[in-house]
Design a protein around this ligand. Structure first.
Ligand code: SF4
Length: 324
């Protein structure tokens, strides 16, 4: 059975709040990007933020139904976690579902601070502890969290030998297995261990889904394929943002990106303006933005550079620029 956190992720309805890039562990498979690892910065989805209110704005933009607190190690900055989760709960109400990832074992005091702010806790025990998981402090951590009313379980990468975690299942609310991903930082170690990619298109590590196989039948186990994160979660999240932010002349694509046209014609030129429909373009002083279809239609009559832009919604990264 999927945890509520996972269900909302699948709908792309969770704000991803990267609360810090600091982490005391040095997992060889760490998937963090180089520019995030070790830096004490906060990102709400892909936007760097410095105040909880900015994260709330980002959550509003996508009509978020919940948030996932990730890192780095969130419990290194418990006060910050409290500050941001409190702002999110205050803005969206107690039903705004918040799950927190951590590779540390939360003590009683930490759990007490998070009560009412975080709903679900996902602990990441290191692989060295998996064979003795029944004696691991991580299982104690889950027991403590459950006793305090949190929904609690493990979230780990699907490595070879992960099936030993079956022993912990009776005590866990869930066990999430993430397909192992080839990372920027972990690439050398992956190569040294003889790992390879499944194909040229995705960054899933070959055999990881097979290593998860012995556990996948269990009702508490959820396997999250790497391609799913891009093809479903990200796409659905982009669509939610695009629905709220796309300008009238922008086309929202099936991937959740937006498309529009740009002309660098003289914006004061009467003839150029007469080709555009009132209210169907935006003037930026040195260029105009309008429907890409309209631009293609009138392109030959306009001087200067013209192109079509496809990008993530709300001024996000440019995916493609097509000259006309
Ligand atoms: S605990 Fe998480 S963030 Fe820290 S090194 Fe391991 S995988 Fe990376």
């Amino acid at each position: 059975m999927l945890s509520k956190g996972c269900r909302l992720c699948q709908q792309g309805a969770k704000l991803v709040l990267f609360i810090t890039g600091r982490c005391g562990r040095g997992c060889w498979y760490c998937p963090l990007a180089r520019e995030r690892k070790g830096n004490d910065t906060v990102f709400a989805n892909d936007r760097e933020v410095s105040r909880p209110e900015e994260a709330v704005v980002e959550a509003r933009l996508m009509s978020a139904l919940g948030s996932s607190i990730t890192g780095g190690e969130p419990l290194l900055v418990v006060d910050r976690v409290m500050e941001y989760t409190r702002a999110l709960k205050e803005a969206f109400g107690p039903d705004h579902h918040i799950h927190l990832y951590s590779a540390l074992v939360p003590d009683e005091e930490t759990l007490k601070s998070l009560r009412g702010l975080v709903d679900e806790i996902r602990l990441h025990p290191p692989p060295e502890e998996w064979t003795d998981i029944l004696d691991s402090p991580y299982l104690d951590g889950v027991r403590r969290a459950k006793a305090r009313g949190f929904y609690a379980g493990f979230e780990v990468p699907a490595l070879r030998g992960v099936e030993v975690l079956e022993a912990a299942l009776p005590e866990l609310d869930f066990l999430n297995l993430n397909e192992l991903e080839w990372g920027e930082i972990s690439a050398d170690e992956m190569r040294r261990r003889g790992f390879r990619l499944t194909d040229d298109l995705h960054n899933a590590v070959k055999h990881s889904s097979r290593w998860a196989q012995p556990l996948r039948h269990h009702k508490k186990v959820h396997f999250c394929p790497s391609r799913y994160k891009d093809s479903v979660q990200l796409r659905e999240r982009l669509k939610r943002i695009a629905r709220n932010t796309a300008r009238p002349f922008e086309e929202v694509t099936v991937d959740g990106t937006v498309m529009y046209g740009v002309t660098e014609c003289n914006v004061d030129d009467h003839h150029s303006r007469s080709l555009m429909k009132e209210g169907q373009y935006q003037d930026y002083g040195d260029h105009l933005e309008l429907s890409w279809k309209r631009l293609r239609h009138i392109a030959e009559q306009l001087p200067g550079r013209k192109y079509i832009i496809e990008r993530y919604p709300n001024g996000g990264i440019v995916v493609e620029m097509i000259p006309l």
